[in-house]
Design a protein around this ligand. Sequence first.
Ligand code: SAM
Length: 225
Amino acid sequence: MLEYGIGNGRIALPIARDGARVTGVDRSTPMLTDLRARLAEEPASVRSRVKVRRGDMRTVAIDTRFPLVICPFNTALHLYTRHDVEAWLARVRDHIAPRGELVLDVNMPIIEDLADPPGTEYALPPFVHPTRGRVRYREIFDYDRVRQIQFCSMCFSPMRKDGRGTKDDELVTPLAHRVFFPQELEALLHYNGFETTQIHGDFEGGPLRQDSDVMVFHARPRRSR
Ligand SMILES: C[S@@+](CC[C@H](N)C(=O)[O-])C[C@H]1O[C@@H](n2cnc3c(N)ncnc32)[C@H](O)[C@@H]1O
């Protein structure tokens, strides 16, 4: 199978341990460095089943067609414009077997959250950050209604001994997610040569519902375009 946005192999490694071959594409050097370090800990049989290509999912060309192409955990939300989506789906068409399947999952938009005023903050429970130790964590949101992009600042404040967070050496990581509505995503797939065969609202095969927080799309290349 082919995974777009393989990251550090969170999904690919268990699949490879199960015996399937995975080719992964990702443009992030730190993610792929982490993946290579994790692969080094695996038995040779698992390592031999994982191939990695660094590059952009909109342009990378691989000389193989795959029966299954996946794009999990919001990777498709890094496609911000119609041109980005068109370029990526053209690559998927290049790499999918004639009766192959494309599966992707993205957040279901929550209208109430998108209506929050710019700069709305949410505090989440403290946790241990891999490099900053125990941190207070908050997210600040700013939704661009024209471009349909949710900008999020992820703020990690190392905790002092008294348990309070300090903003002096706060680490702020930006994240931008395109917001796709269900019918919009189905239309984008359709007009780029795919037939949506199933849309689920969870990872157990349940239907997409009003209160689902994830959309899992299954699609196949359309026979007549
Ligand atoms: C949310 S992570 C998902 C990683 C992994 N699939 C997982 O579930 O843990 C999204 C990944 O997509 C990658 N990515 C984002 N835009 C990309 C692009 N245009 N081309 C290739 N990779 C991209 C990021 O570097 C990141 O590793």
